[in-house]
Design a protein around this ligand. Structure first.
Ligand SMILES: [Fe+2]
Ligand SMILES: [Fe+2]
Length: 445
């Protein structure tokens, strides 16, 4: 089994030429003053919603499983709203302009309101907690998915990093995580799914009204993120690399965000959706916002941050397959090791080759596993293509000997390849120059 992938797009050079040299971006249609004015006009109250009818319908009109699935889904939101409310203040300090600081202050008030809204629903409708935010969070914590845990832990760390480093590249990484990944890629599709099925089934009226307002607030937040990132990129040439680094680090965890117990898809299908529909909405929302900020994925430096040539739904499916196999994300057991999983691993690797590797001749790397049940594979990199295939070749530039699980952990960023080399868990055979070539093809962040 082999696949070829075009590493460069024909429009690449054109797009690159115009982006931050005074070209007009979609972000330019957004102004900080307008965003602020929209916030003043858009006030709503999370404490005045009356959940009495919602509580009756929750008991009488939803099935046991629908209640379980909905609570699981809303738990992720409650946790997220609390985290974004807590972690926004260093962004206010790091923002260069007063107008940016003022908008971020309004956003922090919004996020607190969203957390109060979910806290009230969880307590008054689902009967969890004693009415305090802390008791509500403690009650839903066991429901959090590995993707949500990892990404919000990263947001905690990002806030700490911003407290000591207020540079534009650091703020750009922070905005990429907060406004682009958390709000545009994760929250936006979830809100769309929830609002759509609530309105279609005409249930939970107060929750529906609140979700509509949450979504309007989030639209403003995401618009602000797009505008801020575009401005930061114009002001500092280090921004695109900072954005790419953050996306490489975090996107591999998005495959485990929509991960119900036992990967049971009924948690979303009972509301009329599939995993990949929701994930596809997230991928397409992220790409659209990056483009609007003048930082389309294919324009970012380094290896591709998303699989080039894939539709958003294909991106989501691949991310989910990698997570389900135990290749990416938090590994909860051994990685699957059937031939299809090994093929998935190598075919995905071929998609992540840095197109600017600079190698002038076709170069082949060979992977020899110490496990007798795992076949040897090789990866050949040529100008614009990278092809992975099963079996050995005659004269590879480099041979790597490694245990299968260690190698998967390197790909899943759970094991540092430099550490694996030093400790002998990853051994190389052949010309040491081959290792330099491998690093060019898969540069380490
Ligand atoms: Fe929010
Ligand atoms: Fe938000």
């Amino acid at each position: 089994m082999a696949i070829a992938t075009e590493s460069t797009s024909p429009a690449d050079a054109e797009v690159r030429a115009g982006t931050h040299d005074g070209a007009t971006l979609a972000a330019d249609a957004i102004s900080y003053d307008d965003l602020y004015a929209r916030w003043e006009r858009g006030h709503w109250s999370a404490t005045e919603l009356d959940f009495t009818e919602d509580a009756r319908q929750w008991r009488e009109q939803l099935t046991d499983f629908e209640r379980t699935a909905a609570l699981w889904n809303y738990a992720q939101f409650f946790w997220g709203e609390d985290s974004v409310a807590d972690n926004l203040s260093p962004y206010i300090d790091a923002a260069p302009l007063p107008e940016q600081k003022y908008f971020l202050a309004t956003q922090q008030a919004d996020e607190a309101r969203h957390a109060v809204f979910f806290k009230r629903f969880v307590q008054e409708v689902c009967g969890l907690g004693d009415g305090s935010v802390a008791s509500g969070l403690a009650a839903i914590k066991p429901q959090l998915t590995p993707g949500i845990r990892t990404i919000f832990k990263r947001l905690d760390r990002m806030a700490d990093e911003l407290r000591v480093n207020r540079s534009r590249p650091q703020l750009a990484a922070g905005v990429t995580l907060y406004h682009f990944v958390v709000e545009a890629a994760l929250a936006h599709p979830g809100q769309h799914m929830i609002s759509e099925y609530l309105e279609r089934r005409e249930i939970l009226p107060a929750f529906t009204a609140g979700m509509r307002n949450v979504a309007l607030d989030e639209q403003r937040h995401i618009g602000f993120g797009v505008k801020l990132l575009a401005d930061l990129a114009r002001e500092d040439t280090r921004v695109p690399a900072a954005v790419a680094r953050l996306l490489h680090e975090v996107l591999q965890h998005t495959g485990q965000v929509l991960m119900p117990p036992g990967w049971d898809e009924r948690y979303v299908s009972c509301f009329g959706y599939t995993f990949d529909q929701v994930g596809g909405m997230g991928a397409s929302s992220l790409v659209a916002r990056l483009k609007a900020a003048g930082l389309a994925p294919e324009q970012l430096p380094g290896p591709p941050v998303m699989f080039a040539g894939f539709t958003p739904e294909e991106v989501a499916r691949r991310g989910r397959e990698l997570a389900m196999a135990g290749i990416t994300g938090v590994r909860e057991g051994p990685t699957k090791r059937d031939p299809e999983t090994v093929a998935l691993l190598f075919n995905t690797m071929a998609l992540t080759v840095d197109p600017k590797h600079g190698l002038s001749r076709p170069t082949t790397f060979q992977y020899e596993f110490v496990d007798p049940d795992i076949a040897t594979w090789h990866l050949t990199v040529d100008n614009g293509t990278a092809v992975a295939a099963e079996g050995p070749v005659a004269a590879p530039a480099l041979r790597l000997a490694v245990a299968y699980q260690d190698y998967v952990d390197i790909i899943g960023r759970r094991l540092d390849p430099r550490r694996a080399l030093v400790t002998g868990r990853l051994r190389i055979r052949g010309n040491p120059l081959g290792l330099k070539k491998l690093v060019k093809v898969f540069p380490q962040p």
